[in-house]
Write a new protein. Structure first.
Length: 267
């Protein structure tokens, strides 16, 4: 199916809860820009920092009244690409790259360590993600491979670096009931997110499939990348491409997801 996609290069993998990779496509060790699929990795580093006592999720961060939790959940009230306050914290789901940059600065200051180095030590190195790096914004400047992200997808399903309750909180809806815009898919009411992870819920349209459970969580990136975990299916899927997200992806990504889930159910 992916072989027919209008992309120069694509790589993919399906990962079971026990970490078994049940299927792959393409060059799984090729490095691709992640764009916003960087955010779940950055969020995981922030959650490690929380568990290590670097800060609390409800510590002040960002604009007045906002916290680390608000920044992770895109409810701090900051604009898309600049740290301009556009809403009161907790009142709207305003997807914000700027918010994740504030998160990165907050962690770096509290830990007295550059964010990229904290990410490396806290997440990438322990998971053996040697081909993954961050050279800029924690919102969008990660580079990785399907092989590395398969390790991260296994961690999300059976956490070793975080307590399972922390991952459960991060992948459940934070600040429920808020409206917002899902980039590329328009207004969603509600626009559910966890802490660094988008929650599928009952959004329509959406980049996952019609067979995806409402509990599905993950992220997609404007570089033509996505990672989802479906707890009901006990599986995850990672896809990286070198063509920017656009109209081509709208029918193909859900179709692939439904095919994966159908095969998992049959197997």
């Amino acid at each position: 199916m992916i072989a027919k996609w209008p992309v120069p290069t694509a790589s993919a993998a399906v990962i079971r809860r026990d970490g078994t990779v049940t299927g792959t496509y393409g060059p799984v060790t090729q490095r691709f820009p992640l764009a916003s699929v960087t955010k779940p990795l950055a969020a995981y580093a922030v959650l490690v920092a929380y568990e290590e006592g670097v800060f609390d999720l409800d510590d002040p961060a960002g604009p007045p009244g906002a916290t680390v939790r608000h920044l992770l959940a895109h409810t701090a009230g900051l604009g898309y690409d600049e740290p301009k306050v556009t809403a009161a914290p907790g009142t709207r789901r305003q997807y914000s790259n700027a918010g994740f940059e504030v998160l990165g600065d907050t962690l770096a200051k509290a830990a007295e360590m550059p964010f990229a180095e904290y990410l490396r030590q806290a997440v990438l190195e322990p998971l053996g993600m040697a081909d993954t790096s961050l050279s800029g914004s924690p919102a969008a400047d990660g580079v990785s491979t399907v092989a590395d992200l398969a390790r991260f997808a296994a961690e999300l399903q059976a956490p070793r670096l975080l307590h399972p309750s922390t991952v459960a909180t991060a992948t459940s809806v934070a600040f429920p009931g808020l409206k917002g815009v899902l980039p590329g898919y328009g207004h969603q009411n509600p626009n559910d997110w966890g802490l660094g992870f988008e929650i599928r819920a009952h959004k329509s349209p959406h980049w996952t499939g019609s067979l995806s459970s409402p509990a599905t969580f993950g992220h997609f990136g404007q570089s033509g990348t996505f990672l989802w975990v479906d707890p009901v299916a006990d599986a995850a899927c990672v896809v990286l491409t070198d063509r920017a997200f656009g109209e081509w992806a709208l029918p193909l990504w859900p179709r692939l997801t439904d095919a994966v889930l159908t095969e998992l159910r049959a197997g």
